[in-house]
Design a protein around this ligand. Structure first.
Ligand code: ADP
Ligand SMILES: O=P(O)(O)O[C@H]1O[C@H](CO)[C@@H](O[C@H]2O[C@H](CO)[C@@H](O)[C@H](O)[C@H]2O)[C@H](O)[C@H]1O
Length: 487
């Protein structure tokens, strides 16, 4: 997609474009100062700590007229893909630009903002066609999210946007929307008790695994994942492949997520091993279907060495960013060196598509049947899409859940003997459940498992330092343990 630059300082963009579906940059220069202030406050903003130096418009679509053509009380709706540039001026006046992330924004525009939408406000542009109107995050406005569902009900093209649905999908109209109020990497809207729509916030050109994998699992008949009902994307252009923007899937209203369930069990000092074992089985079922549905590969010496090398590189990058990690670097590197050693000894490992960011919060347990469903197949949002779509050893997902049991135990009471035993029992039950389905216990691949657990703990250190500094001691205590473990 071609891009146009937006200055950070507001300029008068001249007359408003005719109301229509596909807008150019006319509405946008005056939005840039509002975005520069609002974006860094969003949890899903990836450029924390790096000042925004400007924006580039990737695509802009009026889903409802926003400019002078929009009428008084009726809201306008603007869909934007904007790239946020980060840069600074060096001491000799030279400009340095850093990697720029692209974000999906759905902005409402109103003359008068109802009080209940005030928390969603970005403010009023000082100039341009939207002057004196209030611009706000449209996901909090049921009128506008209702319109989005209508678009998903009728597949087809709207300017650069393409809406599609699964064969036979029959989405009822008029479902009551509400924005999900959760700490998320993206943003979601729930419709009635039937559907949940996830809008990806930081987007990369290409097919998002959170659409690709659930579609493949649905086709393969795996019931452990809610099947996508409808989705929308930025249509491909000669410069860029289609870019997944949002996925609608059945909402599982009577379910609890594994993280909350585990904390609840811990609080009552209850056994959780039956649930952990069932989750191990669910993970294995998902892996088995993915291995059948999508390409797999054999990691030979060079690939295994690269895997270990990438882990070591991530450790170095994390240690640069988080000084508390530095004393453990040598011990942690041993875990990766052990995988490189396997490679040199001629070992190979199978790799396939996996979840990529599996933790207890990504598993929903039905209150009636006790069956687990896995959600959020996006992978680690901070990694490039190409990397997230690469086949990987299944122990990567296993390691994610094992780390999660450790997180839950640490959250309940750091260092207490019984919480450590609780975590160990559930880690064992989860692996046993995995082996029930596949016949092979992930613990038998101890070196690879330790490397992936270490890699995940390093990722978590970085994640917590950036997003929840008060939680940093949890992965750091795992890092201490993993660094001290023998070969
Ligand atoms: N199909 C679903 N049914 C019920 N709740 C869901 C469903 N999908 C997601 N959720 C809820 O929404 C939250 C955020 O979804 P998730 O896919 O993890 O988004 P993100 O990528 O933004 O973290 C989940 O933690 C879960 O509570
Ligand atoms: O759910 P997301 O895809 O946004 O995943 C990110 O956030 C998670 C926290 O919400 C984070 O998970 C870490 O904290 C969990 C407890 O809140 C714990 O169960 C996980 O084991 C731990 O990794 C995840 O790493 C991050 O990618």
């Amino acid at each position: 997609m071609s891009e146009r630059s937006l200055p950070l300082t507001a300029t008068d963009a001249g007359s408003s474009p005719a109301p229509g579906r596909h807008t150019g940059s006319a509405l946008l220069p005056s939005l840039a100062p509002l975005l520069a202030e609002w974006l860094p406050r969003q949890r899903w903003f990836a450029g924390k700590g790096r000042p925004i130096s400007g924006f580039a418009l990737v695509s802009g679509t009026e889903l409802l007229p926003c400019g002078a053509g929009g009428t008084g009380a009726a809201p306008g709706l603007l869909h934007l893909l904007v790239r946020a540039r980060h840069g600074h001026t060096g001491e000799h006046g030279q400009r340095a630009e850093h990697a720029a992330d692209c974000y999906q924004l759905l902005l409402g525009v109103r003359s008068v903002l109802p009080p209940e939408l005030a928390p969603a406000s970005l403010g009023s542009p000082a100039s341009g066609p939207l002057r004196d109107r209030t611009v706000y995050d449209a996901l909090h406005d049921p009128k506008l999210t209702g319109l989005l569902l209508e678009r998903l009900r009728s597949p087809g093209r709207l300017g650069p946007l393409r809406f599609a649905s699964a064969p036979g999908a029959a989405i009822p109209s008029g479902l009551r929307p509400r924005a999900l109020d959760a700490e998320q990497s993206n943003s979601s809207v729930i419709y009635g008790t039937e559907y949940i729509l996830k809008l990806f916030r930081r987007v990369d050109p290409g097919l998002n695994p959170d659409l690709e994998l659930p579609l493949a699992l649905a086709r393969g008949g795996c019931a452990r994942v809610p099947a996508p009902t409808a989705w929308f994307e930025a249509a491909p252009t000669p410069q860029s492949p289609a870019l997944t923007l949002g996925v609608l899937q059945p909402y599982l209203p009577d379910s609890g997520d594994g993280w909350q369930l585990a904390l609840h069990a811990l609080a009552g000092r209850q056994d959780f091993t039956a649930s952990a074992r069932a989750l191990g089985r669910a993970t294995a079922e998902v892996h088995a279907t993915l291995a059948d549905a999508l390409p797999t590969t054999l990691l030979r010496g060079p690939e295994l060495e690269r895997l270990a090398g990438d882990m070591a590189d991530r450790l170095e990058a994390a240690a640069r960013a988080v000084p508390a990690l530095r004393p453990y670097r040598t011990g942690l590197r041993n875990a990766f060196a052990a995988v490189a050693e396997l490679a040199r000894l001629g070992h190979t490992r199978r790799a396939q598509r996996v979840h990529g960011d599996l933790h207890l919060g990504q598993a929903l347990c039905g209150s009636g049947d006790g069956l687990w469903s896995l959600i959020d197949f996006e992978g680690e949002p901070a990694r490039p899409l190409s990397e997230r779509r690469r086949p990987q050893p299944v122990v990567r997902d296993v390691a994610g859940i094992l780390r999660s049991f450790d997180y839950a135990a640490s959250q309940q009471g750091t260092g207490e003997r019984w919480t450590r035993d609780w975590a160990a029992a559930n880690r064992a039950a989860y692996c046993a459940g995995y082996a029930d389905v596949t016949g092979s216990d992930p613990r038998d691949d101890a070196r690879l498992l330790r490397a992936f657990e270490t890699d995940k703990a390093v990722y978590e250190v970085l994640y917590e330092a950036r997003h929840r500094p008060a939680w940093l001691p949890i992965p750091l205590s795992a890092v201490r343990r993993l660094a001290a473990a023998d070969g």
